[in-house]
Design a protein around this ligand. Structure first.
Ligand code: AMP
Ligand code: ZN
Length: 732
């Protein structure tokens, strides 16, 4: 393109002869870089590079025509050539660098084969940064290769016999002088252990041991050694053996008739494998695979992002390029959304909660089979077969539910009034309020049966994960669905999906965490491959229970496509309650919704498109059910305390069982004898709740929840400051 400059990078000749390399290679590494600028005429851009060369202490020559460029290059062998590609009228930069045009082309002289474009920018610092990037990247690498080449050339030319072995005494290299003196061909020796090569019996019996001891200490050994040639003759040699410790293995120059060289590092093995790779063609194959990867047509978005950043780095000043390097490092990790805990210094409660809720049994104990009771799903108890209709709900229960529209609604009252069946009754009321039966086109009796079946499959023996928790989450979900912002972004089908998801989201919960199930090798963990075990089970079982029997099949009356959409939304929401994905969901919500909304609102622009895009609606629904699921720290203090007591008791029961069964204890702080409940609540709020509800409040506007959260947090802090471990302070 006309507005860009073209770099062609050259590497100078290899130097032959061992008398050369000492002086010449060192010279080329430590002498200033030679830069050739090929510019049709001097302008601000060429000046920019000239000044940049000066600043970087490079030597710079300027040529105005291809001919003078070639002449200058053949004299000085520049390390870097910058060709002006803007003034195509004056000369053809492409042709100058094109490999297929023999005459007047510099390409045959280029060893590096490295081209790079620089978009016109006369700023001296931009030029300077570009030069530095080139020097520290490709040019230096070329110098090293050149030095390596020179050293190998010197070895090949040396009159002294030289042998290089690896730490485990496998021969890596012998030079031609060695071949000539010892009568072996290289191929007969490479890859062989020294011990396999016949030894002369003229050496003192303990000489080899002496040498090895010396080398193992990292010391050089020098002395007289009898070697056996291939033809059986013994020759006396003055030998020097030098162990090489350090990066990559380097050489010590041999100065005696024959020299052995021990490389104590595995590095020399690399030398060997590099050579063999070069010859077996696999390096070529890998090279072309790499090229294919770069030209992949189906690019993952993350690959696109990385490529864009890479491209931006090319023309960025050093500090920006370095900052982008750090960005790339983060992007390349898979755990983009999970903050990394420094396990040691972190609070043990946070650690245990994270370990217990956010890993799927990584601390597994092998061979310890624990199988959860393989009970059949509950069917409807016969006395409930023809349940009450909404109209004939007992007055006491109906009265308890009157305040259902308030956030401060007391679910435990309803639990008591319904004999632990709050889900069915609250479900009937809330589903009717949202017109779910009308949407699904199903009789109210079907909904009632469905609610009863689902509730029957919650374990009333769990202190936390029972149907009261499901009813609580349903209540929070319904409350959130009434918020203006939420109403703006969701469709009726989303609302129905959210209510169904909340109802079923923990069905058949065994009162144990995913980690526990994985550690115990439970049937469910095996069925779901240790991934999202419980959430997968809740979702799958919910659909099994629903569709197995027409009597409770609330999906029976909707169209197939609508069913598929609804089903997908329910599954997505139930799976979103899995805590390993907590930060992913929260961060996506913040980045895709909170931030763009804030920006638009600042400019007074319409937010509708952000709220209603299909991707964002999914994020809203996930966030909604997540917040409903763990909203107990935002409930009025008394309710919050009750929930904290219940979850703690469930965790304690798990720890008890882990100890009984000899399973790994997933959350050691939740030991009923030692646990500080206030501390555990402070950690839970700090780590999982605060940020999430800040984001949700910013979206849905929930001042009362935030006020409760604040109060509750202070309450736990107060207890903790008094060093109390219990749910409540002792009576005065
Ligand atoms: P779910 O199992 O769907 O209810 O997911 C919510 C997770 O958060 C569960 O694993 C609970 O154990 C955990 N959790 C909820 N409330 C609290 C709380 N107050 N303290 C500690 N953990 C909690
Ligand atoms: Zn839950």
């Amino acid at each position: 393109s006309v507005d860009s400059l073209l770099y062609a990078k050259f590497s100078a000749n290899t130097y032959f002869g061992n008398h050369f390399f000492g002086a010449k290679v060192l010279f080329s590494i430590f002498s200033p870089l030679q830069v050739l600028l090929v510019f049709a005429k001097e302008d601000s851009q060429s000046n920019g590079f000239c000044w940049a060369c000066e600043k970087a202490n490079y030597r710079c020559s300027l040529a105005h025509t291809p001919e003078s460029a070639l002449e200058c290059f053949s004299e000085k062998h520049h390390d870097l050539v910058i060709v002006d590609h803007r003034h195509s009228r004056h000369f053809d930069a492409e042709a100058l660098c094109r490999p297929d045009r023999e005459e007047a082309s510099v390409m045959p002289l280029i060893n590096a084969g490295f081209n790079r474009r620089y978009v016109e920018n006369a700023n001296m610092m931009a030029c300077y940064n570009e030069l530095l990037q080139l020097e520290h990247g490709e040019v230096r690498a070329q110098f090293k290769l050149r030095a390596c080449n020179a050293i190998f050339t010197a070895l090949e030319q040396s009159q002294d016999a030289i042998e290089i072995t690896s730490e485990d005494q496998v021969i890596q290299y012998v030079n031609p002088a060695y071949e000539a003196i010892m009568g072996y061909q290289q191929g007969e020796l490479l890859g062989k252990e020294i011990i396999e090569v016949p030894k002369s019996e003229k050496n003192k019996p303990d000489l080899l041991e002496t040498i090895n001891t010396c080398i193992r200490k990292g010391k050089e050994w020098q002395g007289i050694y009898y070697a056996k040639k291939k033809n059986g003759d013994n020759i006396q040699q003055n030998v020097k053996i030098t162990p090489v410790i350090g990066q990559g293995g380097c050489f010590s120059s041999p100065d005696i008739q024959s020299s052995k060289h021990k490389d104590r590092r595995k590095g020399s093995l690399d030398v060997r494998s590099t050579t063999s790779r070069g010859s077996d063609g696999s390096s070529q194959r890998r090279h072309s695979s790499m090229a294919r990867i770069h030209s992949m047509t189906i690019e993952a978005p993350i690959t696109k992002v990385i490529n864009i950043i890479n491209a931006a780095q090319e023309s960025s000043p050093m500090p920006v390029a370095e900052a982008l390097d750090r960005v790339l490092e983060i992007l390349r990790t898979t755990e983009l959304y999970s903050p990394q805990l420094g396990t040691k210094d972190e609070d043990p409660h946070t650690n245990d909660l994270v370990g217990g809720l956010m890993t799927d049994g990584l601390r597994r104990l092998s061979g310890n089979e624990y199988i959860l009771s393989t009970k059949q799903p509950h069917h409807l108890p016969s006395h409930l077969a023809t349940p009450l209709s909404l109209n004939d709900i007992p007055p006491r229960i109906a009265q308890t539910m009157e305040t259902e529209g308030s956030w401060d609604f007391d679910i435990f009252n309803l639990e008591a009034a319904t004999m632990k069946r709050p889900l069915t009754y609250l479900g009937l009321k809330i589903f009717s309020k949202f017109g779910v039966c009308e949407f699904l086109n199903c009789p109210e009796a079907t909904l009632r049966s469905w609610l009863q079946v689902i509730e029957a499959n919650y374990h009333s023996s769990n202190s936390y994960h029972n149907s009261t928790h499901a009813a609580d989450v349903l209540h929070a979900t319904a409350y959130f669905l009434c918020k203006e912002r939420v109403k703006q972004s969701l469709d009726p089908i989303d609302e129905v999906a959210a209510l169904i998801a909340a109802t079923v989201h923990d069905v058949d919960h065994p009162g144990r965490t995913n980690s526990f199930l994985c550690n115990a090798g439970s049937e469910l963990a095996i069925l779901y491959n240790d991934t999202a075990v419980l959430e997968s089970h809740h979702a799958a079982l919910a659909f099994q229970l629903t569709t197995r029997d027409d009597k409770c099949n609330i999906f029976k009356y909707i169209e197939r496509n609508e069913y598929r959409t609804l089903r997908q939304a329910v599954i997505d929401m139930v799976l979103a309650t899995e805590m390993t994905k907590h930060f992913e969901h929260v961060n996506k919500f913040v980045n895709s919704i909170n931030k763009p909304l804030a920006a638009l609102e600042e400019n007074g622009e319409s937010v509708k498109s952000i709220l209603t895009s299909p991707e964002n609606r999914i994020l809203v629904k996930r966030m909604l059910i997540k917040c409903a699921d763990i909203s107990n720290p935002c409930r009025p203090l008394e309710l919050c305390i009750e929930w904290a007591g219940r979850i703690s008791e469930e965790y304690f029961a798990q720890t008890d069982e882990e100890k009984r069964q000899g399973l790994p204890v997933v959350m050691p702080v939740f030991d009923r004898h030692t646990c500080s409940i206030p501390k555990s609540q402070i950690s839970f709020i700090d780590y999982f709740i605060t940020d999430m509800f800040d984001a949700w409040d910013a979206f849905a506007d929930l001042p009362n929840l935030m006020q409760h959260l604040d109060n509750n947090f202070k309450y736990w802090k107060g207890l903790d400051e008094r060093k109390l471990h219990s749910l409540r302070p002792p009576p005065e």
